[in-house]
Structures are given as structure tokens and as C-alpha cells.
Design a protein around this ligand. Sequence first.
Ligand code: ATP
Ligand code: MG
Length: 369
Amino acid sequence: MRLDRIALENFRNYASQEIVFDPTCNVICGENAQGKTNLLEAMVFLSVGKSLRTRFDRELIRFDQEGFHLEGTVYTRNREYVSRIDAGFGKKKRITINQVPAKAATDLSAVLNTVFFCPEDLQLIKEGAAARRRFIDASLCQLRPRYAAALAEYQRLHEHKTRILRDCADRPDLIATLPDFNLRMAETGAVLIHYRARFVKLLSVCAATAHSECSGGREHLEIQYKTVRTVSDPFGDHKLLVVQLLEHQREHHYAEISGRQCLSGPHKDDMEVLLDGLSARSYASQGQTRTAALALKLAAREIHKEITGEYPILLLDDVLSELDPKRQEYVLNRIGSGQVFITCCEEDRLHSLLKGNVYRVKNGTTVLQ
Ligand code: ATP
Ligand code: MG
């Protein structure tokens, strides 16, 4: 898969711009605050219909403007697609694919897929479970529409149940509605666990290979999926998963009501990253943390290739310069096939390492060199 062209209008600091890309490598360089990350953000938006940096689309609209448009020309599965997004204040965003209105933002993932890696991704290893869950969710949502639908439904139920738990002290009648929510959350939660267990297993294999190659074969990386305690086997059948999730909910019924929060369910899932058997979160050095985070991202890319037959486009924001020369070389060799977009600062001189197009970004204008 490749992104051949992007058009941005009133998106972040871009007024109106059309850019044509190289099928292999695109280096985007410029000084700070010129629009490098904004450009990658636009690509992510074209693949998932939302931003990774903000929850609110309105922040993406160029200051003093009414709305933004994004258009991407993508080549995948032997044909060309044009995805288009129109968003504005106070109106629902409109998405079309080859001029046909899309039903949901997730339809964009049927056309363009991205793997995005930025310095904050080191949190994947060092921070709490939320960053790792976001990573699993983002990868799976692009791969499995059924997962994306189940996740949206689960989040909706979770929000609703949280509101009930918050309000039920004043309105005890609401407690009667909990069993229905619990059952529906167990049903959809079981779907999430089914997909996550399989994804993390594949991730463990692919990330171990990437980490081992990157560390010169010295370290072994392993990933374990952590879910609700009563689930005896996350690969188990759906009915059994539901029963075990309901059992956990029952155990936490009173604690949920007195604590006024939802304590039971896969919204607390995590994956543990181990280096030579030790928790990376507690023990990994800075170098090991970077290597492990990179291994996770490259593994997600491999899994995508394995399942769909095509590499998603790889977006590396400001990360290559942080790696030592050996790891830089490893990443660049690993990319091999597939299209990549790399941002860097002027002084990095990264473009001398790479073949492909070099673009300079200045104050929201991108020029091919
Ligand atoms: P760095 O090297 O520091 O990471 P960058 O080139 O990646 O810089 P971006 O994150 O792309 O920089 O942001 C560039 C500029 O875009 C910022 O100065 C920011 O103020 C501006 N910007 C962000 N949102 C908007 C918006 N809605 N309208 C206009 N400008 C915006
Ligand atoms: Mg940036």
C-alpha cells in the first residue's frame, strides 16, 4: 500500500497544499514548529478518522477558519482510492471514499493503514497500562472491523455504566438496570479478549525477532497478555469467557457501587513486556526501552503485512535521530519494502542516509527539494 498524494486545506498550519510522494521513502525536514508532525497527523487522520494528538477535531481547523478538508490518493489491492474528509464547526464530519459516502470513520481503514512512531511511544514500555491498551486497540481496529465495532460498543456501555454508578447514590432505582449492562459488557468484553489474546501472541513472536536483531541477539523480549483475573484461558470459547467475566463482575458488585466506578472488565487489560524474563517497565535501561518500543511498532507492521498481504505506511516522527547509528541502520534496513515517511530536523542530515524524496517544511508549506 502506498500514499501517492495528499491534499490539505485549512488543516493545522496548512492553508492549502497538495503534495505528491515517493513510493518508497519520504524525508520531511524543517525547523521546529513548521508543520512536520502536522503532516503526519493528517495521514493518520486519513487512516482512522481521528487525531492521535487531540480528541477534538475542531483543534485541527486552521485558526480563524470554518473547517478543514483532507484528501488522500492511496494505491492498495491493485487499485486507486481517493479518501476525503470534510470537517467543520458544529457539523458532522463527512467522509467519502471514491466519492461514495462512508458509513463510519472506520471505513477509512479499509483503504489506508498507518503505523506511527514518535518519541512519546517510549511510554509504551515505561508508563501505565493505558498506553499499551491504546496501542493494541489502534493496531486491531485497523485490522479487524469486528473488533473496532465491539470496542466502540464496549466503550459506550462502559461510559453508560460509569454514569449509573456515579448517580445511583441519589437514584437507587438505577441499580436495577445494572444486570443488563453487565451482561452486554461481558458479551462484548469477551469479543475484545478473543482478539487481543491472539494479537498479543503474534506480537510477542514478531517483536522478539525485531528486538533480538536490533540488540545483536543479546536480549530476549517476550510479551504476556494480562486480562480479567477470573479468565482462565483468554483463547477459550466465547461462552466460557462470558461466564468468567460475569463471575468477576459479581465479585466486584458491591465495590463498584461503593466506589462509584466500574472495576470489572477488559477496559483494565494490559500486556507485560519482559526482557530476559524481567519486567521492562521496572528494569529496562533507556536504550532497551527505545529498542523495545521500536520492536513493538515494527512488529505491528509485520503482523499487518502477514494478515493483509500489504505493509501499512510507516510514519516515523522525530525518532531516528534519537537512535544510535547501529539502530538507525537496523531500522532503515528493516523498512526495506513498504512506504515510509520520516520527519527530522534540518541538522540531522538524515537525508544523506536515505534514498527517496526530501521535502522541506516551512511555516505550513512543504516543498520538494
Ligand atoms: P517540531 O520539530 O518541534 O516537532 P513540527 O514541525 O513537527 O515541529 P508541528 O507539530 O507540525 O511542528 O506544528 C507546527 C505549528 O502548527 C505549531 O507552531 C502550532 O502552533 C501550529 N498549529 C497547531 N494547530 C494549529 C491550528 N489549528 N491552526 C494553525 N496553526 C496550528
Ligand atoms: Mg514535530
